[in-house]
Design a binder for this molecule. Structure first.
Ligand SMILES: [Zn+2]
Length: 197
């Protein structure tokens, strides 16, 4: 009896790899086949062990910035426009209701099914605080970030809601932060609420 074991635990030699690469060159894949492949890739499931392994190897790989495929490269303006269009409107996952809910849950540190209050900023409130009002508050703070003391122009500063309620626009609930510091305040909200009180 012949037992076929495949490639588990073995590796191709560099020479074989080159040969394989050459044999695939110029190969044409039809759109039908591409779709089949994409469906198969979407439906695949990894065991917990494999996911752990993958995450560890990714962390190792990107610990050195030079290993990133975009290191030292830049997108051309054409590609930038393409990327911009691809994420417009509902195609941007951060603007989808279900995704926003998930993100909100992880930011607040609550499991998804226990999440009750969820300020769906992008759908319900849509910029309650107007630009002019924001600029006024920024002027009053002399265009400085309250956390790091960064002094910048209006577009590099944000107005942060201390209680994370975008409808509470009282002056004692608003703090001017730079973009970097504002991004920090979205993780560990309990901690940041105490910092600004
Ligand atoms: Zn700052």
């Amino acid at each position: 009896m012949i037992i076929i074991r495949g490639m588990t635990g073995k590796h191709h030699s560099e020479e074989t790899k080159m040969k394989m690469q050459l044999s695939h060159k110029g190969q044409y894949v039809s759109n039908k086949t591409k779709k089949k492949i994409s469906v198969r890739l979407k439906n695949r499931q990894f065991s917990k062990k494999t996911i752990e392994k993958m995450s560890i190897s990714a962390i190792k790989r990107f610990a050195n910035k030079q290993n990133h495929p975009m290191f030292g490269k830049h997108h051309s303006n054409k590609t930038k426009i393409k990327l911009h269009i691809a994420k417009l409107g509902n195609k941007n996952p951060m603007k989808r209701y279900d995704v926003r809910k998930k993100v909100s849950a992880t930011q607040q540190g609550i499991p998804l099914d226990k999440l009750k209050s969820f300020s769906n900023y992008h759908f319900v409130h849509k910029r309650k605080l107007k630009y002019a009002e924001k600029n006024k508050i920024k002027m009053q703070s002399k265009y400085t970030c309250k956390l790091c003391g960064f002094i910048g122009q209006t577009f590099s500063l944000d107005v942060h809601h201390i209680d994370y309620n975008p409808q509470n626009n009282k002056l004692d609930n608003l703090v001017v932060l730079c973009k970097k510091c504002h991004a920090k305040t979205n993780v560990d909200r309990k901690y940041w609420r105490n910092v600004f009180k």
